[in-house]
Design a binder for this molecule. Structure first.
Ligand code: B3K
Ligand code: ZN
Length: 876
């Protein structure tokens, strides 16, 4: 397969003004009749042939202006239909026949537990009809759906319902009209027997928007939270960005089988059930928060993505990075901004940093791809959000808002590029972002080395900074980037100074946003009475790896005193990382693993109530996970050392701080009814973290408390809060607990997914034989992405200790699974194949074993484009 390149972008030869779709949904065949108003693109001199994308369909008819188009004047192949000699303006009619019930790739039109549904982003529409399936072709859609009335009482598409009726033979029809021009990737259709929960929202200007959430019958009691979140998101976008909803009706449908979380189709979002259904008995606090974030994310796309859309797929981060940033701001406003920031950064570090450092590294705006579905990556999403956040940091809140207002106003209804976004911010702020644009084109996580230099005579403190951007595939030479680095200075009592650079006047703010632009650059602060402790990269103002030679005491001091809560957490994490790396060294040399006092004292002080912020204490005491530690480790990554070191640090912390954990466990028991408010979530978080440590420490009272909590819990957060550590530590009675859990929840698919994942990611329960047994479990199904993620995804990502078993048996098994999945769902297969992509980070024997599997996968003659791209890039 040949790569598609950004440099080869050309505007479409023809534009489409209207699309009229007529679906006849059937059990065997579904026929699609499309009538398009086509005209030559006035921006192009010689339009030439009309090129239409299309795959996996049977073409039944092609007509131009009502007359069948002769076969001699078109070319049809596996991926396209090209019409030669068409007029300047015409009506094109195409009839295709498709088999949604056999579509296991879950792209285009497919069936999910009896419901017809669609996923068209990025290139699914071409599996429905022949069409210029590219985001810069925007048209007005009308959709008529005809289906059996009994099986499919609910028939939905984008926009407003403009007609309906019954037909002979028990069939009925509904017609929808979407007044907003849109690219084909935002088209959606749903047909099924679904229950509806409704509400309404009145916008700032008084427009009434009907809100409907559709779920399978029986799930009506699990949509309250999503509905509340939707209304919160609508209100938030009005105040935070001045964006009002432009629809009369906003519909959301939940389906079981979905490749990702959700999809922002215009006025008709389609959601994975896992990203919408929640009630306290079945969903955890993390689920509640994830649902709110995803509901918000898809809603925010209505402006950042739909009203202003993408010129081409290389611009994907224009909508995704910006929308993730908006989602993060929303979540931070709803819960706690520092805790949200910690979670964002944790995700960035565990998923994006490794990607940026491996064979599939690519810029936020890639310059080529083989399969665009492979580019819905942490780099495009999470690093993309960081790029937007850095612009926010550089411009400040007010100018940033002026910039986004200008962007939305200037480009409403257009398909644009990241360049237009940067330009709007520049124009609104009169700032120069030319060097900053490198963040879109240069891959690799910058490393920043910082030294501090105090001059007592002059009363100055100088920070010397040096930036290096590592080499990435296809990018040798890198230019220095423009990096906002938020800095504070603490005096000996832990108070923040108000740092001013030499030459600047007095300032009040205790955080100074430095702008690093050179490869090496120094910043000198004046009027510094004593040697300060610097607090660097506050709130993680840029997605970089920053190094500064703190002493352990400095870190403990920052953990106790920094006014920047994110950096408090960061200081605690750095202390923990150091202890872990020392423990790994000890483990590898066969020495006893010890835990020195600084970490114990610092964490003890936190638990005894230093900050008063429960959520933050819980975050600080959460150990960095194994895959993040693998990313930090020098070659070769040693999964065993990581696992054992991490475990013994956990056990030792638990034992050293046993009384504090027990106190916190008891002090934060729930009282009264479940609530998903920030305070209650923080309380459960700290309580369950304390419980997990007590169980890890082998404390009898703790283990008994876990058993008891597992039995008595009235919500899933507490139930899993007990079961997880029981499974992780394999305490007596865990097998029975797992069984009873399954028995109790076997009818709730989202809960069964948790049951799978908890085992697959456990170093004790997720051994290879158990994983194989889970695949044979009646509740497992390779065609359901949630199940695949719960077992195979959790195994590869969440259980590195077992996945990287030294004998390579897990690798061989996993490669079989990749191949099997490739025949079912290429996107899922490619996602799994990434489990091998960083094989060069491991020792020679593991490298050899993984390479062997990658080569075996690559030899498969029918391999999908998706998996092919990941495997060949990994092999390099
Ligand atoms: N835009 C969709 C992602 C589509 C991915 C297709 N493989 C969800 C989102 O980011 O909102
Ligand atoms: Zn998105």
């Amino acid at each position: 397969p040949q790569p598609v390149r950004l440099a080869e972008y050309t505007p479409p030869a023809y534009v489409v003004d209207t699309v009229d779709l007529h679906f006849e949904l059937g059990e065997e065949w579904t026929s699609v009749h499309a009538r398009l108003a086509v005209r030559a693109n006035p921006d192009r001199a010689e339009p030439g042939a009309l090129f239409l994308n299309g795959r996996e369909m049977e073409l039944l008819e092609v007509a131009v202006d009502g007359r069948p188009w002769p076969e001699t004047d078109y070319e049809l192949n596996e991926e396209s239909l090209t019409l030669h000699g068409v007029p300047e303006h015409f009506t094109l009619e195409i009839t295709t026949s498709i088999r949604p019930q056999e579509n296991t790739a879950l792209e285009g039109l497919y069936k999910s537990s009896g419901t017809f549904c669609t996923q068209c982003e990025p290139e699914g529409f071409r599996r429905i009809t022949y069409f210029p399936d590219r985001s810069d072709v925007m048209a007005r859609y009308t959709t008529t759906i005809v289906a059996d009335a009994e099986r499919y009482p609910v028939l939905l598409s984008n926009g407003n319902r403009i007609g309906a009726g019954t037909l002979p033979g028990g069939r009925h029809w509904v017609q929808w009209e979407d007044p907003h021009p849109k690219p084909s990737y935002l088209f959606a259709l749903v047909a099924g027997d679904l229950a509806r929960v409704s509400d309404a929202f009145t916008t700032l200007s008084g427009r009434e928007v009907a809100l409907h959430i559709y779920v399978e019958h029986g799930n009506e009691d699990k949509v309250d939270h999503a509905m509340r979140s939707l209304k919160a998101a609508m209100a938030w976008d009005e105040t935070a960005y001045g964006r009002e909803c432009d629809l009369d009706v906003y519909q959301v449908v939940a389906v079981e089988d979905f490749n990702m979380g959700a999809m922002e189709n215009k006025g008709l979002n389609i959601f994975n059930t896992s990203a919408i259904l929640a009630k306290p008995e079945t969903a955890t606090d993390a689920d509640f928060q994830r649902i709110e974030a995803i509901i918000g994310h898809e809603y925010f796309h209505n402006w950042s993505g739909n009203r202003v859309t993408l010129r081409d797929w290389f611009q994907l981060s224009l909508k995704e990075g910006f929308t993730v940033f908006r989602e993060q701001q929303f979540a931070g406003d709803r819960y706690s901004a520092p805790v949200q920031r910690i979670e964002d950064v944790r995700r960035l570090r565990t998923a994006q940093f490794p990607e940026d450092d491996g064979p599939t590294a690519h810029p936020v705006r890639p310059d080529s791809y083989i399969e665009i579905s492979n580019f819905y990556t942490p780099t495009v999403y999470e690093k993309g959000a960081e790029v937007i956040r850095m612009m926010y940091n550089l411009l400040g809140a007010e100018d940033f808002r002026r910039g986004t207002d200008l962007y939305f106003q200037r480009h409403d209804g257009q398909a644009v590029t990241t360049e237009e976004f940067a330009r709007a911010l520049e124009d609104a702020s009169e700032r120069d972002l030319s060097q900053f644009r490198l963040w879109y084109t240069q891959a690799g996580t910058p490393r920043i080395h910082v030294d501090g230099d105090y001059d007592p005579e002059a009363g100055t403190y100088t920070l010397h900074m040096r930036q290096e951007i590592p080499e990435t595939p296809g990018q040798r030479q890198k230019e220095p980037m423009h990096i906002p680095i938020a800095v504070g200075l603490l005096d000996g009592d832990g108070n923040g100074l108000a740092p001013r650079l030499t030459g600047e006047g007095e300032r009040a703010e205790t955080t100074r946003m430095l702008e690093l632009r050179e490869a090496e650059q120094s910043f000198t602060f004046s009027g510094i009475p004593e040697e300060p402790v610097p607090s660097l990269l506050r709130s993680f103002s840029a997605p970089v790896r920053l190094e500064f030679g703190y002493r352990d005491e400095d870190l403990a001091f920052l953990l106790a005193n920094d006014e920047d809560l994110f950096n408090r957490w960061e200081a605690g994490q750095e202390l923990a990382r150091r202890a872990l790396f020392r423990a790994m060294t000890a483990y590898r040399s066969g020495a006893e693993i010890e835990l020195e006092g600084t970490l114990v004292d610092a964490f003890g002080a936190l638990l005894r109530g230093g900050t008063g912020d429960k959520a933050l204490v819980a975050e600080a005491l959460t150990q960095p996970d194994e895959s993040y530690l693998a990313d930090l480790m020098d070659w070769p990554v040693d999964p065993e050392a990581i696992h054992h070191a991490r475990r013994s640090i956990r056990v030792r912390l638990a034992q050293a701080l046993r009384d504090d954990f027990l106190y916190n466990y008891r002090a934060h028991q729930a009282d009264g009814e479940y609530s998903a408010d920030p305070e209650a979530i923080a309380r459960r978080r700290l309580k369950n973290l304390s419980l997990a440590y007590l169980v890890a420490g082998g404390d009898e009272a703790g283990i008994e408390a876990a058993r008891e909590q597992f039995r008595q819990a009235t919500n899933m957060t507490d139930r899993l809060g007990a079961l997880r550590p029981m499974v992780a530590e394999d305490v007596a009675g865990t097998g029975g607990a797992l069984e009873s859990f399954y028995e109790q929840w076997k009818d709730e698919a989202e809960v069964v997914d948790k049951w799978f994942a908890i085992q697959a990611s456990s170093p004790v329960y997720g051994t290879l034989d158990r994983i194989k047994a889970l695949l044979d479990h009646p509740a497992f199904n390779h065609k359901n992405p949630n199940k695949v993620r719960a077992v195979l995804g959790a195994f590869a990502r969440g259980n590195p200790y077992r996945f990287h078993a030294a004998d390579g048996t897990a690798y061989a098994f996993f490669a079989d699974q990749v191949l099997h999945m490739d025949g079912i769902n290429p996107q899922m297969a490619a996602a799994l194949a990434r489990g091998f992509s960083r094989f060069r980070r491991y020792d020679e024997e593991r490298q050899r074993l993984m390479r062997e599997q990658l080569e075996r996968i690559r030899r498969e003659p029918q391999l999908s484009r998706d998996t092919f791209e990941i495997v060949t890039k990994s092999l390099g």
